[in-house]
Ligand binder design. Structure first.
Ligand code: CFM
Ligand code: HCA
Length: 534
């Protein structure tokens, strides 16, 4: 693998190679058992074709995109709004036909040249008024695209003015595309905004057992529906999901939950930390990708509440669900065992999906995130060592204190210590690298050029990434699975999702179609007709 690394770097100018060399690592512990540290969350070198997205995409598309009853207005050129409109396949299910669902609409100020020259605030105000008149929503939010910051439109002032005028909650996000080095900055901005403007606004205590929030689950391809099905069967109540299939009221009430469970650590660990500080809700990392991880996560939740009835019910659900999962995985394994996968996805799935491949006997030889931070690779223990650079300083850190009225520790310090002793891992995430095989190649912010080389060197049986890579990879004759949108598939979370995934991967890696990629005349030149001029 060290040789492969050198091969990937060989063509780069020395300065670029030096930078990339920190982001491409052979996964290998040193004598003290420490994993190496990786360069992550740093700017992409201009000219390199990255697969990253922008801060606006992270804020509007990722975090707030799946909310169905907030009118999310993009202040900017129409392309920004259009591209972030449901392309992620985030699903929602309103309680009835009468409930608001604005996700089928794309709201934008459709900024034009003249707005750039004369300013766009007036247009934004009238867009808010128009949306209010047409839909009477509970809340409206405004997302800034690059030109907004460049021309200096004050979306927050507009939000305050219109909030006053219309009497509903209106708030803006300074999530201009260039705000950070990737969409990760947008997650942080979005979470700060929702935390400031929505969380904690509704104190109604619902009468339900085992109340949790599911943080960082976006209901892509219906994942959230499958997770809800399982939690419901266990008798665990979800107060709020951030933000798959979510509503405004759920966010507002989320501080009444007794445990925060974090699915996608990268996008939302901020909210988990802030809720613990302000309201006293502990958090644990869970993972519903992979049948075994699902079972383990359910057991962690049950261990936290520490009640025999719940522990028993969780075991019953696992016992009921696992036989079908195991039957399919055993069958699929016969055809997939030993095959090789590569995963270059986002900020959490490149890690989580390795588990599903493992369950059918497939190996991940190389993986990486597009925009995760060092803690997602190496584990949260490295957080104090992460250098704060100018790009991260650019994003506001909220000053959070205990809420004088609403702070309520859910467990005593003694209970917390005893649970931690019993293996409930509070605030803990070990990251991708410790779980990967020694000698696997870890690559942060992989480039198109590197992708093409990796395909030639490793010839993997499947390559998982996003839409930008998809067709280049397929044209090289390698099956390609989108682990963002799931192509047209899913759910892949939970027990039923695992079954869907095993079958899909079996179908893909054992398909005959790749044999026909070479045209007949490429291997049989005599078949090529040649026109000869007389
Ligand atoms: Fe979290 Fe996500 Fe992901 Fe992400 Fe994303 Fe996504 Fe992703 Mo695409 S929040 S980090 S910013 S799990 S949109 S649902 S698939 S890159 S791995
Ligand atoms: C985003 C969204 C994205 C893009 C996926 C892709 C998603 O980053 O803005 O590149 O295929 O999941 O839809 O991550």
């Amino acid at each position: 693998p060290e040789k492969i690394k050198q091969e990937l770097l060989a063509k780069y100018p020395p300065k670029v190679a030096r930078k990339r060399s920190k982001q491409i690592l052979v996964n290998k512990k040193d004598e003290d058992g420490k994993i190496p540290s990786i360069g992550a969350n740093v700017r992409t070198v201009p000219g390199i074709i990255t697969q990253r997205g922008c801060s606006y995409a992270g804020c509007k598309g990722v975090i707030l995109g799946p909310t169905r009853d907030i009118v999310n207005i993009t202040h900017g050129p129409i392309g920004c709004g259009f591209y972030s409109w449901l392309t992620r396949r985030n699903q929602t299910r309103p309680a009835s036909d009468q409930d608001d669902n604005f996700m089928t609409y794309c709201f934008s100020t459709d900024m034009q040249d003249e707005d750039i020259v004369f300013g766009g605030e007036k247009k934004l105000k009238s867009a808010i008024q128009e949306a209010y008149d047409a839909f009477k929503p509970k809340a409206i939010s405004i997302f800034s695209t690059c030109p907004v910051g460049l021309i200096g439109d004050d979306v927050h002032a507009v939000a305050r003015e219109m909030k006053e005028k219309l009497g509903i909650n209106i708030f803006g996000f300074s999530c201009e595309g260039y705000r950070g080095v990737s969409q990760s900055a947008g997650h942080h901005i979005a979470n700060n905004g929702i935390f400031t403007h929505v969380v904690g606004k509704d104190d109604t205590i619902k009468d339900a057992d085992y109340k949790i929030n599911l943080l960082g689950e976006y209901n892509i391809g219906g994942d959230g529906f499958e997770i809800d099905r399982i939690l419901d069967a266990c008798g665990i109540s979800v107060v709020s999901t951030f933000s798959g299939n979510s509503t405004y009221d759920q966010f507002a009430n989320s501080h009444t939950a007794d445990l925060n469970t974090v699915m996608c650590h990268r996008s939302i660990n901020y909210v988990a930390d802030m809720m613990e500080l302000k309201y006293g809700i502990p958090w644990i990392k869970i993972n519903f990708i992979g049948a075994k991880s699902t079972a383990k996560s359910l057991r962690k939740i049950a261990a936290y509440f520490d009640e025999p009835a719940l522990i028993k019910k969780v075991e019953m659900v696992i016992e009921r669900e696992m036989p079908e999962v195991e039957a399919v995985s055993e069958d699929v394994k016969k055809r997939c065992e030993g095959k090789v996968a590569m995963l270059f996805v986002g900020g959490s799935r490149a890690h989580h999906y390795q588990e599903l491949f493992r369950e059918i006997g497939m190996k991940t030889v190389s993986a990486g995130y597009e925009f995760a931070h060092r803690d997602d690779y190496e584990g949260r223990a490295v957080i104090p060592d992460i250098k704060i650079d100018a790009d991260s300083r650019n994003i506001e850190e909220l000053d959070i204190e205990k809420d004088p009225e609403k702070y309520r520790p859910r467990k005593t310090p003694e209970e917390m210590a005893s649970l931690a002793n019993k293996g409930v891992p509070f605030k803990k995430y070990d990251g991708m690298m410790p779980e990967m095989a020694e000698g696997s190649l870890i690559i942060d912010d992989v480039s198109q050029y590197e992708t093409e080389l990796l395909l030639k060197i490793y010839k993997p049986d499947i390559y998982c990434a996003g839409i930008k890579e998809k067709y280049a990879i397929q044209k090289s004759g390698i099956p390609m699975k989108q682990l963002h949108s799931y192509d047209s598939g899913g759910p892949y979370a939970g027990f039923k999702g695992a079954i869907n995934f095993y079958k899909e991967i079996d179908r893909m890696v054992n398909s005959n179609v790749w044999r026909f990629l070479e045209a007949p005349w490429q291997s049989h030149p005599e078949l090529s007709a040649k026109y000869v001029w007389e």
